[in-house]
Design a protein around this ligand. Structure first.
Ligand code: UDP
Length: 405
């Protein structure tokens, strides 16, 4: 059984506990709904969580809402506004959002025992709840600690219709009259993205992209999104490069629900002209082995986000025992304790300073990486995440026993 493959990593006890919890949900159908099958952290988690839950005997399904290009432009604006960007969303755009949700309501099977909605794009499907009288959960994966108030007021009316809301950090949880839960995301140590790789596989990926093996590699892997601050990464690298020789990899793919990627990518390409040691890679989606290999080949992993719901790229790097330098924002601060299992920074200059510090002190970098792996093992693995989800599902049937946020 696949689930037993986690025993060598986390031990027998936690795996047995998962099986026991899953048994209590026997016969319940749990339908997960989000807005993209590929690209970004939510799809990444669902791709692994659904088979694992099924393996445990829970009838988990996954459906993706459909939407016009206009809808995804609007929901990307929602995403930016919820993460605090100054975005003007018109009444017509709110209508595009509602209309698209209405179309999906008619097309989707929403009869499962638990409907588990991920992020704002499918939020308004909740209108169907009265028809089925089933349980609905809204899982917010983004950094909502300072959302655009007008948009939040609009969305809150829908959130309040849910039985429960889940956030990745206490700071993201808004005032709500429903049960709120804190559940951090996770990575799967058995996935192609995270499993051990042979040296040959890693080397072949470096060769494919013309990356030198004998020069330190600093890497950020992220969608080309302004909140990931690829331009800030390039500026930090340029400061480092004045005194310490190294290469920079900026690798990213696209997501169906993220229409801004092309524009950000061309800005990035303009900024790197004349720097042969900067490698801007456009990865296929999925490119799990390549991402895995690039992370493993790196001397340092960066995540210089300006806002971050959680930052699975940070978790992935920590699991691979890499020293991570990341911004002190959002879910990253849950993962990294400065100077213990990684370094937190706030500015381009601070990032450059930290890169130089680690490149010049390999022993220190190694110690941070070792602590990162241990932290990841205790906190960031899918088995812990699924335990939290199973308890959440069970709690819906025992609301009086819930201690929530
Ligand atoms: N990712 C990928 N290919 C890319 C860029 C990102 O596979 O070109 C993966 C990355 O490894 C991680 C996920 O997409 O698993 C991104 O999740 P994260 O939480 O870091 O950011 P999000 O995109 O959800 O904001």
């Amino acid at each position: 059984m696949l689930v037993d493959e986690y025993i060598p990593i986390i031990g027998k006890g936690p795996v047995e506990e998962l099986k026991l919890l899953a048994e209590k949900l026997s016969g319940k159908v749990i339908t997960n709904i989000n807005s993209t099958a590929m690209g970004g952290g939510v799809a990444e988690i669902l791709n692994r969580a659904i088979p694992l839950l099924n393996e445990l005997g829970v009838l988990a399904k996954w459906e993706v809402i459909s939407g016009s290009a206009e809808f995804f432009v609007v929901t990307k604006k929602f995403h930016n506004a919820l993460q605090g960007a100054h975005v003007n969303i018109t009444d017509e755009e709110l209508d595009v959002f509602l209309e698209n949700n209405k179309i999906n309501v008619e097309q989707m099977d929403l009869s499962g025992d638990i409907i588990f909605i991920h992020d704002p794009q499918p939020l308004a499907l909740i209108e169907k709840k009265k028809e089925f009288k089933n349980k609905w959960i809204w899982r917010c994966h983004i950094d909502t600690h300072a959302p655009d108030r007008r948009l939040w007021r609009f969305l809150r009316e829908y959130v309040e219709m849910y039985d429960a809301a889940v956030f990745s950090s206490p700071g993201f949880a808004q005032e709500l009259p429903i049960n709120k839960f804190l559940i951090t995301p996770s990575i799967d140590p058995l996935s192609l993205k995270n499993k051990e790789l042979s040296k040959e596989t890693i080397d072949s990926v470096l060769e494919k992209y013309d990356i030198k093996k004998n020069k330190p590699i600093v890497t950020q892997i992220s969608r080309f999104d302004r909140f990931k601050d690829p331009i800030g990464v390039i500026e930090a690298y340029k400061l480092v490069k004045k005194s310490v020789d190294c290469q920079l990899i900026l690798a990213g793919g696209t997501a169906v629900d993220d229409p801004e990627g092309t524009e950000v990518l061309s800005e990035v390409q303009e900024r790197v002209a004349g720097y042969p040691d900067i490698h801007v890679l456009q990865l296929e989606t999925p490119a799990d082995i390549e991402v895995n290999a690039l992370q493993r080949a790196s001397t340092i992993i960066l995540q210089k986000s300006l806002k971050e719901g959680f930052g699975l790229t940070v978790s992935e790097a920590m699991w691979k025992e890499k020293p991570v330098i990341a911004s002190a924002v959002g879910g990253i601060t849950f993962q990294i304790t400065h100077d213990y299992n990684g370094l937190l920074t706030r500015t381009i200059e601070g990032t450059a300073y930290s890169i130089k510090e680690l490149l010049c002190n390999p022993g220190y970098a190694k110690r941070l990486g070792r602590n990162a792996k241990e932290f990841a093992k205790q906190n960031l693995l899918m088995t812990r995440h699924m335990r939290d989800y199973l308890l959440l599902f069970l709690s819906l049937y025992h609301p009086e026993e819930v201690a929530h946020l």
